[in-house]
Design a protein around this ligand. Structure first.
Ligand code: ADP
Length: 448
C-alpha cells in the first residue's frame, strides 16, 4: 500500500518538518489546527487544513475524536504524530490503526511498554541494556524504599513511572527526607500524569546525557544512527544538542550502537526510536526510551545525510530500511540550538507578535521554524519557536559557523534564546565540550 495523503497531528516547526518530507516524496499533507493556529505556517503550506477545536491542547491537538474525523473528512490514509501531544499515546495509535489509517510510528504495544518507565527499565534490562542501579520496579512502601536506597547509596532520585518532560522527579540526599519526597513525587505524578507510581534510582553525580537514534523495520531488522549529546539542560530540558558526542570514540559508538540495535532487532521494533542513557566515567546507564521522533533529530540528519522523517514514512509504508548499518557513515559535526520565546536568562515566557524575522542562512545552516514577520506566537503551547542547526567538517568549524549564524538571526517583537546561545558559545567548557547535565544550571547561577 502506498501512502498518498498524510495528516500531521501536530503544530509548529515539527508540522512543517513533516510536511516538507512528505512533499519531497510526492505525498499530500493535511494540517490540523486549533482556532489559535489558523494563521500558522503549517496550515498555510499544507494541501488541506481542518480546524479541530479551540486553543487549549486538550480540546484540539489532543482531541482524538476530532483528529480521526479530520482524517476521514480529508481522506488522509496516514497520520504522523510528530513529538509531544499524541505521539506516545498507545491508545491513539491503536485507534488510528483500527480506522485503517497508517500509523507513522512504532507498534502500539512498544509505545505502551516504553511509556511506563518501570516497564521500560525491565524490558531494557532483559534486552541487555545497562541500567542505572535502583529499585527493581515500582516502590510504594517507605520501609522498602529505605532499604533500596541504603543499598544503592544516597543521593537517590525518585521518578514517576509515567513521567516525561523532566517532571515528577525528586532528588533525595538522606534517609530522613525519603518519606516526604516520595509522597510529594507521588502526588505530583498523580496530578500531572494521573498515575502516582514511582520508582527509585541512584542519582548520578555528574553524568552526561547521551542518546542513540535507532530505526527498526518491524520485522526484526534494525540499525542505529549514532549518538547525540544533550547534556546542556535546564530543569531536565534540553537547550543545545550535538552529534557526535565530544566524549564518545568511534569504537564506543560502534559497540554501544550495536547493543542498541540488537535490542531493537530482538523486539522487532518498528520506526524511529531514541534510547537515552546517562554516561559517567565511560559507563552507559539506560534511563528511558522515546518511541517517536525527537526534537533534536536534525543533528543526526546532518552527520548521516539521512532524512529521518522520510525513513519513518517509508517504514510505515511497509518498505525496508533504506540502508544497512555498513552503509551509514558519520561525517563531521552538527549542533542544534533550541530557540524559545522567552527571556534568555530569566526564562519568563514571551509570547506575542513577531515584528521582524530573518532566519540565518548560508552553507550548512538550517533553520526549522514556523515563524514569519507578523506572526503572533500564541501563549497556549510550547515556547520553542525555532531550531537552528549548523554543520561543520569538525566541531571547531561547526562552532565558528554557529556563532556566525547566531549573529544573523533576527527575531524582533518577543524575547528569545539567541542571546543565551551566543553567550554559551563563549564559555571555555562549552568550546572544549567539557560539560555535564549539571553544567548549565550552575553556570546560570554564577552568572546572576
Ligand atoms: P523525562 O522523561 O522526564 O525527560 P528522563 O528519565 O529522561 O525523564 O530524565 C530526564 C533528565 O533527568 C536526564 O536527562 C537527567 O538530566 C536527569 N536524570 C534522570 N535520571 C537521573 C539519575 N538517575 N541521575 C541523575 N540525573 C538523572
Amino acid at each position: 500500500m502506498a501512502i498518498s495523503r498524510i495528516l500531521i497531528a501536530n503544530r509548529g516547526e515539527i508540522a512543517l518538518r513533516i510536511h516538507r518530507a512528505a512533499h519531497e516524496m510526492g505525498i499530500e499533507t493535511v494540517a490540523v489546527h486549533s482556532t489559535a493556529d489558523a494563521d500558522a505556517m503549517h496550515v498555510r503550506l499544507a494541501d488541506h487544513a481542518v480546524c479541530i477545536g479551540p486553543p487549549p491542547a486538550t480540546d484540539s491537538y489532543l482531541n482524538v475524536a476530532n483528529i480521526i474525523s479530520a482524517a476521514e473528512i480529508a481522506g488522509a490514509d496516514a497520520i504522523h504524530p510528530g513529538y509531544g501531544f499524541l505521539s506516545e499515546n498507545a491508545k491513539f495509535a491503536e485507534i488510528v490503526e483500527a480506522h485503517d489509517i497508517v500509523w507513522i510510528g512504532p507498534k502500539p504495544e512498544h509505545i505502551r511498554t516504553m511509556g511506563d518507565k518501570v516497564q521500560a527499565k525491565k524490558t531494557a534490562g532483559a534486552l541487555g541494556l545497562p541500567l542505572v542501579p535502583g529499585s527493581d520496579g515500582a516502590v510504594s512502601d517507605v520501609e522498602e524504599a529505605k532499604k533500596i536506597a541504603a543499598e544503592i547509596g544516597y543521593p537517590v532520585i525518585i521518578k514517576a513511572a509515567s513521567g516525561g518532560g523532566g517532571r515528577g522527579m525528586k532528588v533525595c540526599e538522606a534517609e530522613d527526607k525519603l518519606e516526604t519526597l516520595m509522597k510529594q513525587a507521588g502526588s505530583e505524578a498523580k496530578a500531572a500524569f494521573g498515575d502516582a507510581t514511582v520508582y527509585i534510582e541512584k542519582y548520578l553525580g555528574n553524568p552526561r546525557h547521551i542518546e542513540f537514534q535507532v530505526f527498526g523495520d518491524g520485522r526484526g531488522g534494525a540499525i542505529h544512527l549514532g549518538e547525540r549529546d544533550c547534556s546542556l539542560q535546564r530543569r531536565h530540558q534540553k537547550v543545545l544538542e550535538e552529534a557526535p558526542s565530544p566524549v564518545i570514540s568511534d569504537e564506543e559508538r560502534a559497540q554501544m550502537g550495536e547493543v542498541c540495535s540488537k535490542a531493537m532487532r530482538d523486539m522487532a521494533y518498528r520506526g524511529a526510536g531514541t534510547i537515552e542513557f546517562l554516561w559517567e566515567n565511560g559507563e552507559f546507564y539506560f534511563i528511558e526510551m522515546n518511541t517517536r521522533l525527537q526534537v533534536e533529530h536534525p543533528v543526526t540528519e546532518a552527520i548521516t545525510g539521512m532524512d529521518l522523517v522520510r525513513e519513518q514514512i517509508r517504514i510505515a509504508d511497509g518498505k525496508d530500511l533504506s540502508c544497512t548499518q555498513d552503509q551509514i557513515e558519520f561525517k563531521g559535526h552538527a549542533i542544534e540550538c533550541r530557540i524559545n520565546a522567552e527571556d534568555p536568562f530569566t526564562f519568563a515566557p514571551s509570547p506575542g507578535k513577531v515584528t521582524h524575522y530573518h532566519p540565518a542562512g548560508g552553507m550548512h545552516v538550517r533553520v526549522d521554524s514556523g515563524l514569519y514577520a507578523g506572526y503572533s506566537i500564541p501563549p497556549y503551547y510550547d515556547s520553542m519557536i525555532a531550531k537552528l542547526i549548523v554543520y561543520g567538517r569538525s566541531r571547531e568549524k561547526c562552532i565558528m559557523r554557529l556563532k556566525r549564524a547566531l549573529e544573523e538571526m533576527v527575531i524582533e517583537g518577543v524575547n528569545h534564546s539567541v542571546p543565551l546561545h551566543e553567550e554559551l558559545l563563549q564559555q571555555p567548557d562549552v568550546l572544549s565540550g567539557d560539560y555535564s547535565i549539571k553544567w548549565l544550571e550552575e553556570w546560570l547561577k554564577e552568572r546572576e
